[in-house]
Ligand binder design. Structure first.
Ligand SMILES: [Zn+2]
Length: 254
């Protein structure tokens, strides 16, 4: 039985490799699930989900920030510190290698942890923003994140500083609209570690001809996917890259 399961898994990996090679425009869409193996908890998972303990509108909204900056930053600094200390795992590295080998156009991510870039990905669209900076709500001056951790009031005008993270109540980021644009004509979307519950990102798969799901838990899109993997993202992507490196690619010949 175990052998069958193993063959089945390897068969799916093989099919994914062939699909990527024979498909024109391939993009990845990543969510929190890709970073759990880097030690960043998934806020929506059943057991450790932060959103089970707190209501998002109360802790991660622009209204919450304006109403009670201390509570907002006390809570958010804790989890941003986890993100800032994290290191990319094999899934991030594998995606960067797929991009470098010319098989993947780029990665759209819901994560703010910056781990795709740390792993070497060049084309990343961070639809929920990032942790590289902040700006003043009053004078609009930009600062790096260090400034925010030291003092969340603007050194220039005393206004409240906000992170370059998309908060509840914000409009969508420029990167989101760029991601929508780049998705035009997408032939294959690899959805990795996302349960596709957060709009409007959850609608992006509609823009792709085919999708492949790599997520530990079932998603509402599983029935529409060409291939589904409920194994860990790092295992699937690492195995995929290992197979593709052995085959002739745009840049690799072994
Ligand atoms: Zn200011």
């Amino acid at each position: 039985m175990k052998g069958c399961l193993k063959l089945k898994y390897l068969d799916r990996i093989q099919r994914l490799s062939e699909l990527i090679k024979t498909t024109g425009k391939v993009l990845a869409l990543s969510g929190a699930g890709i970073s759990t193996e880097s030690g960043i908890p998934d806020f929506r998972s059943k057991d450790t989900g932060l959103w089970n303990q707190y209501e998002p509108q109360k802790v991660a909204s622009i209204q919450a920030l304006k109403k009670d900056p201390k509570s907002f930053y006390d809570l958010n600094f804790k989890w941003w510190n986890v993100c800032l200390r994290a290191k990319p795992n094999q899934a991030h590295v594998a995606l960067a290698q797929l991009e470098e080998m010319g098989w993947l156009l780029g990665t759209i991510t819901q994560n703010i942890d910056g781990l795709h870039q740390q792993a070497g990905s060049q084309r990343v669209w961070e639809v929920h923003g990032h942790l590289r900076g902040c700006s003043c709500l009053n004078c609009k001056d930009d600062y790096d994140l260090e400034q925010l951790f030291q003092n969340y009031y603007c050194p220039h005008c005393g206004g409240l500083l906000r992170p370059h993270v998309v908060l509840f109540g914000d409009t969508m980021s420029v990167d989101y609209f760029m991601a929508e644009k780049v998705m035009s004509g997408c032939q294959l979307l690899l959805v990795i570690g996302s349960s596709l519950q957060v709009q409007p990102v959850a609608s992006l798969p509609y823009l792709s001809r085919q999708i492949v799901i790599i997520n530990k838990e079932p998603t509402a899109w599983d029935n529409h996917a060409t291939l589904v993997f409920h194994e860990s993202a790092s295992k699937v992507l690492w195995d995929l890259v290992s197979i593709m490196k052995k085959q002739t690619g745009p840049y690799y010949t072994e």
